[in-house]
Design a protein around this ligand. Sequence first.
Ligand code: G3H
Ligand code: 13P
Ligand code: ZN
Length: 307
Amino acid sequence: MPLVSNNDILTPARAGGYAVGAFNTSNLEITQAIFEAASEKRSPVIVATSQSAIEYAGHARLRGMVETLADEADVTASLHLDHGTDVGDIERCIENGWTSVMIDGSHLSFEENIAITRRVVELARPRGVSVEAELGRLMGIEDEIAVDERDATYTDPDEALDFVERTGCDSLAVAIGTSHGAYKFKAEPRLAIERLSAIAERVSVPLVLHGASAVPPEVLELARRYGADLPGARGVPPASIRDAVRHGVAKVNIDTDLRLAFTGGVRRFLAEEPKVFDPRKILGEARQSMKDVILNKIELVGSSGRS
Ligand code: G3H
Ligand code: 13P
Ligand code: ZN
């Protein structure tokens, strides 16, 4: 099917009380894993590319690959720019056929974030491209921030309402305790669900959860067994994701879990098949591991059968 904007995917999700996975890609095997899993589950899907993925693979190649696989897959899909920070880069994505963009002004002041988000909405809306914005800051355990200071980095519900009204953004990424990467929590994982609920009461656009990877124990264990050195890796438990979806999250961003599955798959294959040197066999194993993760995510967020 032709690519659609995130509005076509996320508006029904928020209304229906389920979420859709946004999976980061930068190569063929990841993209195949995404579309194979989505097709098998008849799930809508968001294919996300970061700015560095675009630098790695190129606009035309990424767009061509995602468009081709979406046409063959027959499920609703979008091509989304993840964490755009530069208006020029965002313009280039729109010119190159991206159907959704994120402007991440979370590092800016409130007013600066509003100003840059409005500029992107003005650019994108006439072309039917949806805009995700971010309010609040995702902090990692490496940020060494005290617990009482951490709250100040979370999204404020009243500010969220003001922000959405003044920017006209189509969806809003919120900071409620997750962070990017494989090291999300030092102690017990905890999301600020009451705060999320207060945001969802005020704001009707779909909410987005970044840093939503679970670092699944079995995926981590496989990678470790075959040599990966990842001490203290810890993600968001599936029950917390379910809770967040129940409280207004309609887009769940996953990158780290695919990276871990890729790594485990390649490591296991190379260790167990020392005579094989066919890249298709090595990467085929990684593709299957990532597909298994995505199948689980689709069930977790409730998007199965929605496309
Ligand atoms: O949220 C960030 C994504 O995981 C993308 O990471 O810039 O290394 O591609 P990346
Ligand atoms: P993870 O690092 O938890 O996979 O988060 C990915 C993400 O938020 C991409 O924008
Ligand atoms: Zn993110």
